[in-house]
Design a protein around this ligand. Structure first.
Ligand code: AHR
Length: 354
């Protein structure tokens, strides 16, 4: 009888331990990734994740199709199966939310912090706090204006300045092809979020090209905050001005604003892609479809699929390997007819990832 009781007790104890372990794992397995606030209220974080590498990721927000694809790519790469415990925080395009998330990651003692800064300035204090906490920082997509390279281990993303230059050079080729370079050419620009690297650098690159031509006038330029709704609203306002009929080209800093502008242009009784040439940055399926349908003309690719690169770089760091300070994505340019070396959008629409 004593033997039976001892056996039952041993089984109960063993079952209890397994249940405890599973309980710990389940909280992160079930959610796939947790939010910064979930993790700071729960007693999980770096300690409970066992052999997993805990990464706190502060995302800009969910302002565009590009951003949604970027988030998906990160969440699909930093999974438990791949050795990660991802703590994901949505910054809702607000710097203060991102700063709170970064401080929460420090408090939780995560193994790595990765983030995409919504704007370039205003990060100095929190970046130094991350450095003092000795947590390796990886910048993804956008950059900060802090010149101190010791604050981060590596950065990966797109060359936004180059994207602006490519957009400008394509526009000149288009205007020459259409025989429009003899007179004044009025251009409208929908800028991204004010102060964001993606907006500042694209604007500067585009302007650099345009400044070489005295007949080009970027007469309308305003932020549409990288969203479809604001892109539409600002384009509607441009089209209400007395001289709106002069607009020959629209450069939108992303697809979403270009798509909003297409709606505004059609509502104003003009033909997007014909009356007004439309070029944007990003290269999602929706923009490709507009190019194929003749409602837009060109897109300069900006690649959101940075998740695998992020996972790879963390694994290299874990293995004590050296990593590049900066890694630029490889990107193409797509249009209707393959003007000036661009690829034809129709030939590549089925390959688009988002
Ligand atoms: O930082 C990349 C930019 O941010 C993308 O062009 C835009 O769509 C996004 O919101």
């Amino acid at each position: 009888m004593k033997k039976i009781i001892a056996l039952v007790l041993a089984l109960v104890l063993a079952f209890g331990l397994v249940a405890c372990n599973n309980g710990g794992d389940q909280s992160s397995t079930a959610s796939g990734s947790s939010t910064a606030s979930d993790a700071s209220t729960a007693s999980t974080g770096g300690d409970d994740s066992g052999d997993l590498i805990t990464v706190g990721f502060s995302q800009v927000g969910a302002e565009s199709a590009w951003r949604t694809a970027n988030t998906k790519s990160i969440q699909e790469a930093l999974t438990e199966e791949n050795g990660f415990n991802l703590i994901f925080s949505d910054g809702q395009q607000k710097q203060e939310i991102q700063i709170t998330a970064l401080r929460s990651f420090i408090e939780q003692g995560v193994d790595y912090i990765a983030f995409s800064p919504t704007v370039e300035s205003g990060w100095d204090d929190v970046l130094n706090e991350i450095k003092e906490a000795d947590i390796p920082l990886i910048l993804v997509d956008r950059t900060t204006d802090n010149p101190d390279e010791s604050l981060y281990v590596t950065w990966m993303g797109s060359n936004f300045h180059e994207e602006g230059v490519r957009a400008g050079e394509w526009v000149i080729a288009y205007l020459e092809d259409k025989g429009l370079m003899d007179g004044e050419v009025v251009i409208a620009e929908l800028q991204g979020t004010v102060g964001a690297a993606a907006a500042t650098d694209r604007m500067a690159g585009f302007k650099e090209v345009m400044d070489q031509y005295s007949n080009i006038n970027i007469k309308y330029s305003q932020t549409g905050d990288f969203t479809t709704a604001k892109g539409q609203e600002v384009m509607e306002a441009f089209l209400k001005s007395d001289t709106a009929n002069e607009i020959k080209v629209l450069f939108a800093h992303n697809d979403d604003m270009a798509i909003g502008a297409i709606t505004a242009i059609e509502a104003a009784g003009r033909k997007p892609g014909e009356d007004i040439c439309i070029i944007s940055c990003d290269g999602g399926k929706a923009m490709f479809q507009n190019i194929v349908d003749g409602k837009a003309n060109c897109v300069v690719e900006c690649n959101p699929l940075l998740g695998e690169g992020l996972a790879d770089v963390i694994k290299k760091l874990e293995a004590g390997e050296e990593v590049e300070k900066k890694t630029y994505s490889e990107e193409d340019i797509f249009d209707q007819n393959g003007l000036a070396g661009a690829l034809k959008a129709a030939d590549h629409i089925n390959e688009r990832a988002y």
